[in-house]
Every structure is written in structure tokens, then in C-alpha cells.
Design a protein around this ligand. Structure first.
Ligand code: ADP
Ligand code: ADP
Ligand code: ZN
Length: 208
């Protein structure tokens, strides 16, 4: 089965994608993590997209699609795949349609107020793990439980950038809820992390 996680920035897509990937033993592709890796490694693509991410705009559709496709080609997707952060526009969904069949779209619903609290306390590790200073703190402050590296605050967590990302979500990404109306399962993103994971598991069982 192939899954997509939809939701506002900070709604918990990455966190829940990780949990589902572990449960089903299927790989995740997070386009945000891919772009951040390219930026860190100063690849040609990284240099091309750095300012776009910093502003909180979307990387052009074709560039994003090609990166995702290349990444998928290196993965074993025989058991399925989880897409975290792709697609983010109708055009991206149309490009994807020609390439991969999507079975289920998990749409995490959360109010803007909560999203701001989540993004405000988010701490990220270069290995891809995500923490929250209050809601999901690492065992040792500022250090990743998984790999021991120092956690950081993402460059796109400034107030102005967050405002723009929410606007971009409303204009370009929210229309996907209608695009995928046949595949969508809505998930209440408010409860604590394990409870949201539990709700996703239950709803997936019902749909299987
Ligand atoms: P969030 O955690 O806020 O949902 P991500 O880590 O998924 O953010 O993405 C960070 C940034 O990477 C986005 O603001 C955007 O600039 C870029 N990006 C990620 N996925 C896509 C995509 N599918 N299309 C265009 N840009 C993307
Ligand atoms: P997204 O990928 O949608 O941007 P993340 O998974 O990065 O969202 O989550 C945003 C922040 O909120 C992170 O700091 C994460 O630890 C925290 N978080 C995720 N889910 C929950 C939850 N159900 N309750 C409280 N905090 C959460
Ligand atoms: Zn780590």
C-alpha cells in the first residue's frame, strides 16, 4: 500500500509517518528532509532551493517531482511507501498519478493555534528525528536519542516564514483534500502523539 500524509506544517505528519513506517516496515520519503540534506551537503539542488525553503515557499513542482522520483528509485518499495510532504500542490499530485498509485491519504487536522505551538517547540536532528521541547522531549536536553547529535531549530521557524508557510498551505496544498476525496481518511491531530498513532492504526484496520 502507498500512503500520503497531508496536513498543515507542524500538524505531525513527519512524526506519524515515522510511527507508521515502523509498524508496517515500509520506507518513508520526506521531501522536506531531502531538501534539507541537499542544502546541508551544498549540492547544486541544495544551492538552488536554499532561499526558497528559508522563505517558506514551495520549490517548483517539476524540480520537487524529479527529486522525489530519483530518491524512490534508490528505495525498496515492494511493500509500499509513505510520502511525507509530497504532494503539496495539484500539479504535483497530477505528476505523481502517472508514476505511483496512491491507496490512502491520511489528512491530519489541527487548528492554526496548535500548529504554532508545535512548530515553536520543534527541535530537529540531522538524522531526520523530530522532537518537541514540551510534548516530546529527548532524554537529554538538546541531544538526539537515536544518534547522539545536537538538535537544532529549523531555519524556516521564524514567525514571518511560518505565516507564509500557512498561507502557502491554504492556497496550494489544501485543495488536495478535494483532489484525493476518494482516498482520504481524516485524523484528529490534537491528542498526544501515541493516541494519534493509535487512531491512525484503528482507521487503517477498518479500511483494510
Ligand atoms: P513542514 O514540517 O513544515 O510540513 P517540510 O519539512 O515538509 O515542512 O518542508 C519544508 C520545506 O521544504 C517547505 O516549506 C518547502 O519549502 C519545501 N518542500 C517540502 N516538500 C515540498 C514539496 N512537495 N513541494 C515543494 N516544496 C516542498
Ligand atoms: P510536520 O511534519 O507536519 O511538520 P512534525 O511531525 O514535525 O510535523 O511535528 C511538529 C512538532 O510537533 C514536532 O516538534 C513534534 O515533536 C510535535 N508533535 C507532533 N505530533 C504531536 C502531538 N500529537 N502532540 C504534541 N506534539 C506533537
Ligand atoms: Zn539524530
Amino acid at each position: 500500500m502507498n500512503y500520503i500524509f497531508l496536513g498543515m506544517p507542524g500538524s505531525g505528519k513527519g512524526t506519524q509517518a515515522e510511527a507508521l513506517a515502523e509498524k508496517f516496515n515500509i520506507p518513508i520519503i520526506s521531501t522536506g528532509n531531502c531538501f534539507r540534506k541537499h542544502i546541508k551537503n551544498e549540492t547544486e539542488l541544495g544551492l538552488q532551493v536554499k532561499d526558497i525553503l528559508e522563505k517558506g515557499d514551495l520549490v517548483p513542482d517539476e524540480i520537487t517531482f524529479e527529486m522525489m522520483k530519483k530518491e524512490i528509485e534508490t528505495m525498496d518499495i515492494s511493500n509500499g511507501l509513505i510520502l511525507d510532504g509530497y504532494p503539496r500542490s495539484i500539479k504535483q499530485a497530477e505528476l505523481l498519478k502517472e508514476f505511483l498509485k496512491i491507496d490512502i491519504v491520511l489528512n491530519i487536522e489541527l487548528s492554526e493555534d496548535q500548529v504554532l505551538l508545535r512548530i515553536g517547540g520543534r527541535r530537529t536532528c540531522k538524522c531526520g528525528e523530530t522532537y518537541h521541547i514540551k510534548f516530546n522531549p529527548p532524554q537529554k536536553e538538546g541531544i538526539c536519542d537515536k544518534c547522539g547529535k545536537e538538535l537544532y531549530i529549523r531555519d524556516d521557524s521564524k514567525e514571518e516564514t511560518i505565516k507564509n508557510r500557512l498561507q502557502v498551505y491554504k492556497e496550494q496544498t489544501a485543495p488536495l483534500i478535494d483532489f484525493y476525496k476518494e482516498q482520504i481518511i481524516n485524523i484528529d491531530g490534537n491528542p498526544p502523539i501515541p493516541e494519534v498513532t493509535e487512531e491512525i492504526s484503528k482507521k487503517l484496520e477498518i479500511n483494510n
